[in-house]
Each structure stands twice: as C-alpha cells, then as structure tokens.
Design a protein around this ligand. Structure first.
Ligand SMILES: [Zn+2]
Length: 404
C-alpha cells in the first residue's frame, strides 16, 4: 500500500473517531483535535415544510479542483424563508444557506487562485458566488456572463446529491471545481455574511446608473426599509449621494434608515392616500420630487405609488419582486409617457458585482456606516428552525446562523 499524506490523514481521522466511541454520532469538532478535520459534518437539511433536521454526513474525499470550507456563518435570506414556508422551487430535501462564509481547511492540488486571481491558501476566508457547470473556467472578468438564473447555480439552492454538503447551513461545505470563489480574508465575519445581499444592491445601483439619471447628490427616494432598502441607502451614501428620503411603515426601520444615511424619512401610515404621501415625499426633499427612486418592497401597491414620487425625466429601479407578488396598476399616461420616466429592473447580480461589493463594504466602514447592525439576530446551527421562525415574524432585519 502506498501510504501518502492523504492516507495518513484518513487513518488519523479513523483512530480519533474510534477513540471518541462510535455509538453516539460525533458532533463536528468534538471528536478531533482543534484544527483537524472530522470525519463527518453536520448539515441542516430542510426535510419538509417548516422543518429542518440536523443530519450528519461523511466529509467526502476531495477532488483535485475541490475546496473544503469550515463554515463560520451564513445569513438567512428571504429566499430561505420562502423555501421554509412553501418550497416554491421544489428543492426539498435540501441543505439551504447561500449567504455563507468560512475558512479553507483543505484544497485539491489544482486549486491555486480565486476567481479574481488572488492566491488561495489553507486558512483563507472565502465566499462563493455562482457555479457555472458548463464553463468551469469562468472568472469575474468574463463580463458576458449574465446573472444567476441564466445557466448558473448557487450553493445552498441546489438539490441534494451524493455529496450532501452543498449548502452553508452546515459545519462544512464542499466547493467543487467550476465554482466561483473569492478570497475575502480582509473582511470580518459580519461583513462577509452581508456580501451576498449587498451584491444584490450593488447590481441594482449599477442597473440604475445605466439610465444616466443617478448622479452625485441626486435626490433619491428609497421605498422599503428592510435589509434590501437599508443596504441600498448605504451604497448610495458611499457613492456621494446624500439627499435620500426613505419610505416605510415602521418607525423602527425608518430610524435605522437614518443611521444608514437617509437624510429624512416618511412613514406612509401617517399619510392617507397617494396624493398626501407624494406630498410628504416632496416636502422631505424641500419642495422637489425625486430624481431617482428605488422600489425595495414586494408590494404591488408600493410599485403603483412610487411613480408619484418621481419628477418628470426621472428614473426608477424596481428590485423588490423576488417572487411573484401579483399585478400592479399604473397609469401609462401620467406615470410613464407624460413624465418620460426611465425604468430599469434588477435581478440578483453578476460576478463583477461581487468584486465591487468587497470594495463597497470597506468604504462603508470607512465612512462609519453601521453595517454590522443589519444583523439583528444570531443563532447556532442547532437552532435553525427557531432562526427561520424569527425571520418569518419580521421582527429583526438580517438573521444569521453563526457556528460555534
Ligand atoms: Zn439571498
């Protein structure tokens, strides 16, 4: 038998596992010395509606292009909430979690660099972006690649297979060759957990810029102050846009919008009817309508309303409808034609947006925006069901699973 380092590691692993006793399943980390890799990994698998089971799977042998990552944490996304409640994508059984980050603990011999060309080493902190199965050599410089949904998968939203460790709600994840992966060791854990949702907004702002209307210190209205709207405000601030009015129905969220950089806020519950509401937005801008608007809610009524906040010749970016929320009514004459409104839609992100997001997070910290406050709740993996129930109650902003 040819005993190479991999065999030795395997033997050590086996011995350690036997020492811990095979009768009870070993919890990840507990059966091994610090820093070494256990034989099995926990993973939270959504096995039926509103029910995760913590399962254990063997950590497979890595291929030459694969990376084993020890998960540090993962945000709970709106998409996870939809899956938890109704499984609209038909993924059950599935290990969810796509806003994750962790540390490289093992790499195949071909892995040398990340998708931006930065070196990758054991101990580096990484995030993943898309998996292009048909074109494994893709990098962020291939700008012709469009966003998720056009032939690309994402870890945490792919059906279960023999490897099982496909989502970030786990102790370990196996990143296979052909995935895009980024070395983000220069960002802290909270920042790394926020990369994925921030990339959605970086993409939206890039889409908005294509209208030519969004400029330094434009008047911008952001409707909806959940995590998406709040991150939108933060990005606008890092771009030198300081005249921002936030619209929402909850005072708690509106006051947070101010912390994130909104100049003033409008609570739509205090203004009956769209005329009064549009008047309040105009007042908040000192007597002007907005040059540009970001629609960050999933409410059709909110979509109908937002045209009334925008000046003639202004622009709109609609990014709130991650799922079908139904039809919205607008008046094509008043809302679009007569005012010459330029509208763009925005959906998810591209690889290039990921790289921009890393810079955004550094700049946000540089100008003192409290990004870390977006993560309002942290749960261990064992409480993943509670984390999702808390998310559904909409009491907090971003809920995160943080591994012990
Ligand atoms: Zn997400």
């Amino acid at each position: 038998m040819n005993i190479n380092s991999q065999n030795v590691e395997q033997i050590v692993r086996q011995v350690l596992q036997e020492m811990s006793g095979n009768s009870a399943p070993a919890t990840a980390g507990s059966a091994t010395a610090p820093g070494s890799i256990p034989a099995k990994s926990r993973a939270a698998m959504l096995t039926s509606l509103e029910h995760y089971e913590i399962k254990e799977f063997p950590i497979p042998e890595l291929g030459d292009d694969d990376i084993l990552v020890k998960v540090e944490g993962c945000g709970v996304c709106g998409t996870d909430a939809h899956e938890f409640k109704r499984d609209p994508f038909g993924l059950i059984p599935v290990v969810l979690g796509h806003e994750g980050t962790g540390e490289i603990v093992k790499m195949g011999k071909n892995v040398k660099k990340d998708s931006a060309g930065k070196p990758l080493n054991i101990g580096d902190k990484v995030v993943t972006c898309m998996i292009f199965k048909d074109d494994p050599d893709i990098t962020m410089y291939d700008l012709n690649k469009q966003n998720v949904g056009s032939g690309a998968d994402v870890y945490g939203l792919i059906p279960d297979d023999d490897i099982h460790l496909n989502g970030w709600f786990a102790d370990y994840i196996v990143i296979r060759g052909g995935s895009t992966v980024f070395n983000v060791s220069d960002l802290n854990l909270d920042e790394r957990i926020l990369i994925e949702p921030c990339a959605v907004l970086i993409h939206a702002v890039e889409r908005a810029k294509t209208t030519g209307i969004l400029r330094f210190n434009s008047r911008v209205v952001v409707q909806g102050c959940g995590p998406i709207g709040l991150i939108c405000i933060a990005i606008l601030r890092t771009m030198g846009i300081e005249n921002i009015v936030a619209v929402d129905g909850e005072e708690k969220r509106l006051s947070f919008a101010k912390e994130m950089g909104a100049t003033s806020t409008v609570n739509f519950k205090e203004h009956g009817g769209i005329e009064a509401l549009a008047g309040a937005v105009k007042n908040a801008f000192g007597g002007y309508l907005a040059d540009f608007a970001f629609q960050c809610t999933g409410s059709p009524v909110a979509h109908s309303n937002i045209y009334k906040f925008i000046r003639s010749g202004g622009g709109l970016c609609e990014l709130g409808f991650f799922i079908n929320g139904g039809d919205a009514t607008i008046n094509p004459h008043f809302d679009i034609c007569a005012k010459e409104i330029t509208t763009v839609g925005s959906w998810v992100y591209t690889l290039r947006d990921y790289a921009t997001t890393f810079d955004f997070l550094k700049r946000a910290k540089g100008i003192g925006l409290p990004m870390h406050k977006l993560i309002t709740h942290k749960f261990p993996l064992s409480q993943i069901n509670e984390a999702h129930v808390t998310n559904l109650k909409m009491e907090g902003l971003k809920i995160a699973i943080i591994n012990e």
